[in-house]
Design a protein around this ligand. Structure first.
Ligand code: NAD
Length: 539
């Protein structure tokens, strides 16, 4: 909602975009007819921010902090985003993982105010009408889920709405997408989660998920209605079940402006980590052999982007794939297996069967990338073996939350005598190993997707290409400083996130402009234009 100078009184105070609460000055109180509607003391904005921060901190549980922050977002948007931006390390885990997982589980119980659009299986034929009920006309970023695979928590049905809400808050905080241009969407097709169906508080459709043609038709109607209502909007698919995630991405990626963050965003952030790790290991990117533990959507998405990156180095697709190996719950992914899913087949090599340890011995990878969802799967034996084979073994324990990481930061350093290049999907505390101090970085998708979105929005892209994720990954890796590397971090500190998103957006926009994708606008002073667009949560 744009600054509405016509609004007065409660129309200002109860409008989150306009409200400044106790920070309205005397002159503003007069101008907006607020005198008498607020306590007489005028708060300095810094004092007001500090009050909000203290209120958040005095809560006893993170879920209470989440509820507090959600209410603040509904009450005073600028204060909410300033609080996030100035305390990003502390607040990001509260508005996104891990707390958002808890918030989704309890979504119905803690529900206060609607944020976003619900499209249900009963709305077939009327989706446009529903989108028209949204009060904003210039939506640029939509995050949509059907709630079937929420983080590692499975099918949470309509409770999954917490995810689009959280991701869009990160778009605004990390990249400065304008809040009024963001739209969270829940496509509610029911849930197979009996606990939800039995919960009297549950707010979604109370039946099992519709699937097949009916499901596809609803998603299709949603996508086409968005093209009419918001033709410039970027659609981010989020937390769909792996087969649907791939199917929808492959169906729409060449038709509309969209991407899937679980597949492509994860891939971008992991590839940036791979690039940065070579600065420590000294192994050239083109010489890398990489082994994945886990062969689901996260790992395969990473491998697909790395394949593409290798191709850009001059390898054929086949040569590139031969450098990438997968081990899943049933062992090495090889051609002779008959239990593989379609997305595994390009990486199924001609090789004898092997378990994880034998596979490491035979293939001698430079790095392990774990995306299993199961803790302890980078065993001591596996990590020690990696340290025998490599001077600086890279260990990416990407499973979320922290308790699910394939190994801990401490284990990685202890089992390799401090030689591991470690990163994880969720944060770990700093580790001391003998005289060495390590502060490993977190491969957080928030490094990539907000910048991609910003670049696409400002340059009015028509499609999201693999090249955009490639340049985003390279840009992110180039922002890792010697200081970061000296403590084992292969990502820049999170407090630099706005600058990271800006640089990624510039690189992505340049990529859009220089590529053959259509609807390209020539933009002078790209960085300045992007900076001018970015939302600043200041009064
Ligand atoms: P998925 O269910 O699609 O795939 C899991 C894979 O792990 C399967 O191939 C399975 O066979 C394999 N696996 C399970 N247990 C194993 C074991 N003991 N040994 C070997 N393989 C095993 O899941 P997904 O969507 O790919 O997500 C996997 C994990 O990746 C999740 O924990 C998620 O939190 C994490 N993830 C992290 C990021 C990030 O860090 N940025 C992003 C997305 C997903």
């Amino acid at each position: 909602m744009k600054e509405n100078i016509e609004a007065t009184g409660f129309d200002v105070l109860f409008n989150a975009a306009l409200n400044k609460g106790t920070a309205f000055t005397e002159a503003e109180r007069k101008k907006y007819k607020l005198r008498g509607l607020l306590p007489p003391g005028v708060s300095d904005p810094d004092v007001q921010l500090n009050r909000a921060l203290q209120n958040m901190r005095r809560k006893h549980y993170d879920i209470e902090r989440y509820i507090y922050l959600s209410a603040l977002q509904s009450r005073n948007e600028r204060l909410f985003y300033r609080l996030i931006l100035e305390n990003i390390q502390e607040v990001m885990p509260l508005i996104y993982t891990p707390t958002v997982g808890q918030a989704c589980k309890e979504f119905a119980a803690i529900f206060r105010q609607p944020k976003g659009i619900y499209i249900t299986a009963e709305d077939r034929g009327n989706v446009s009408e529903i989108l028209n009920n949204w009060p904003e006309e210039d939506v640029r970023v939509i995050v949509v889920t059907d709630g079937e695979r929420i983080l590692g928590l499975g099918d949470l049905g309509a409770n999954g709405m917490g995810i689009p809400i959280g991701k869009l808050a990160l778009y605004v905080a990390c990249a400065g997408i304008q809040p009024n241009q963001c739209l969270p969407v829940m496509i509610d097709v029911g849930t197979n989660n009996q606990e939800m169906l039995d919960d009297p508080l549950y707010l979604g459709l109370r039946h099992k998920r519709i699937q097949g043609e009916e499901y596809d038709a609803l998603v299709d109607e949603f996508i086409s209605s968005v093209q009419v209502a918001y033709p410039k909007a970027l659609i981010q698919f989020e937390d769909f079940l792996t087969p649907n995630a791939y199917r929808l991405l492959n169906k729409y990626r060449n038709q509309v402006l969209c991407f899937n963050d679980d597949i492509q965003g994860t891939a971008g952030v992991a590839l940036a980590g791979v690039y940065a790790s070579t600065k420590i290991s000294g192994v050239a990117f083109r010489d890398l052999r990489i082994m994945f533990l886990g062969a689901g959507s996260a790992a395969t998405g990473i491998a697909d982007l790395i394949t593409y990156a290798f191709q850009k180095e001059g390898f054929t697709e086949e040569e590139a794939r031969k450098k990438l190996w997968f081990v899943d719950i049933d062992g090495l992914v090889i051609q002779s297996r008959d239990d593989l899913l379609p997305h595994n087949l390009p990486y199924a090599h001609d090789h004898p069967a092997a378990d994880f340890i034998s596979a490491i011995k035979q293939i001698k990878p430079h790095m392990l990338i774990g995306a299993t969802g199961f803790p302890g799967t980078f065993t001591q034996e596996a990590v020690k073996l990696m340290a025998e084979i490599n001077e600086r073994p890279a260990l990416f324990a990407l499973s979320n939350p922290t308790s699910r990481a394939e190994c801990t930061a401490e284990q990685a350093y202890n089992w390799t005598q401090g030689r591991a290049i470690f990163t994880s999907g969720s944060p770990f505390e700093a580790v001391r190993y003998k005289e060495q101090y390590f502060k490993p970085g977190q491969g957080n998708n928030a490094y990539i997707f907000p910048g991609i979105g910003l670049g696409a929005v400002v340059s009015e892209a028509s499609r999201i290409s693999e090249d955009m994720f490639l340049v985003a990954a390279k840009t992110l890796a180039n922002m890792v400083s010697e200081k970061d590397l000296s403590v084992g971090a292969i990502y820049p500190p999170l407090h630099n996130i706005r600058d990271v998103s800006l640089q990624i957006a510039v690189a992505v926009a340049e990529e859009i402009i220089s590529s053959d994708l259509d609807s390209i606008r020539k933009v002078d002073n790209l960085q300045q234009k992007i900076e001018e667009y970015m939302y600043q949560p200041a009064y």
